[in-house]
Ligand binder design. Structure first.
Ligand code: 2HA
Ligand code: ZN
Length: 270
């Protein structure tokens, strides 16, 4: 059996958490990532039958029964994942209709998965229903998107349109737009359910005054979505207090749709 520390999925997870920390999106224990893996991928690197611990999840997710996830740990710092992946990450298998997670590797200090596990698992279930290739749910605290939730309307159409107008590529990268939740208590099943509901129609969900969720088919896609939305929010925060002289018009957005073969969210462009 190969050493799991050499697995491409583990190396990519370490690189991604490090990169996100370096972007300033994951201060202290901020942020969490879950990456769905196939049994074949896991079996190459570990004994899928050897359960180290069984950890209750506190929710149900029958759609995810039997699925494997590499996930960041609760209270753990993205900054430290690169130095001790086996402490800061865990590999779990969801069993009992989602009620329990079997720990197969990691969390070697006795830790467990992120406090946002409900939001992650419910979002995986929601995204898989839309796109069976979805593998990643990623949460972080990008500075400018967070700032924007203090000064911009939280209306999803208005929020999305503003981001689209800030960089030409935005509508190409997230034509499905950005959904927005009001401030809610984090770490609960309630915010998990609300996030999953929002994930049905967009791969980006803002948690007002808290941060952002992104979903994608791989770590690159989820990261790239967040990176692009955060760049747009940064431009917005640089110009919001200045007189607006130019913008990207809806006609120009339609040209982008044609050129890049994307379709903007229904009703979001005139
Ligand atoms: O645990 O970001 O939302 C870290 C968080 C919680
Ligand atoms: Zn958070």
């Amino acid at each position: 059996m190969k050493d799991i520390l050499t697995a491409p999925f583990l190396i990519e997870m370490v690189r991604t958490t490090t990169n996100m920390y370096d972007h300033g999106w994951d201060e202290r224990n901020g942020g969490n990532i879950s990456l769905m893996l196939s049994e074949e991928e896991v079996a190459e690197y570990g004994d899928v039958k050897r359960v180290l611990r069984t950890i209750p999840t506190g929710f149900n997710a029958p759609e995810l029964d039997g699925k494997y996830f590499l996930v960041t740990g609760t209270g753990k710092y993205f900054k430290n994942v690169q130095y001790a992946p086996d402490v800061n990450l865990g590999l779990v298998k969801i069993v009992d209709g989602g009620a329990n997670a079997q720990l197969l590797w990691g969390f070697t200090d006795g830790g467990k998965f992120t406090s946002e596990f409900p939001a992650h698992m419910m979002s995986h279930a929601a995204r898989l229903a839309v796109n069976p290739a979805n593998r990643v749910v990623m949460h972080c605290h990008p500075t400018n998107l967070l700032a924007m939730t203090y000064v911009h309307s939280l209306d999803e159409k208005a929020f999305t349109r503003t981001l689209w107008q800030m960089c030409t590529e935005c509508i190409v990268v997230f034509p499905d737009g950005v959904n927005v939740l009001p401030w809610m208590l984090c770490g609960t099943n309630e915010i998990g359910e609300a996030t999953a509901e929002k994930m049905k129609t967009a791969r980006l969900v803002v948690w007002s005054q808290h941060g952002l969720y992104g979903a994608g088919v791989d770590l690159d896609e989820a990261f790239g979505l967040i990176e692009t939305a955060e760049k747009a929010a940064e431009i917005y925060m640089k110009i919001a207090h200045l007189p607006l002289v130019n913008t990207i018009t809806d006609d120009q957005m339609h040209l982008l749709e044609g050129r890049f073969g994307v379709k903007a969210r229904e009703g979001y462009l005139s």
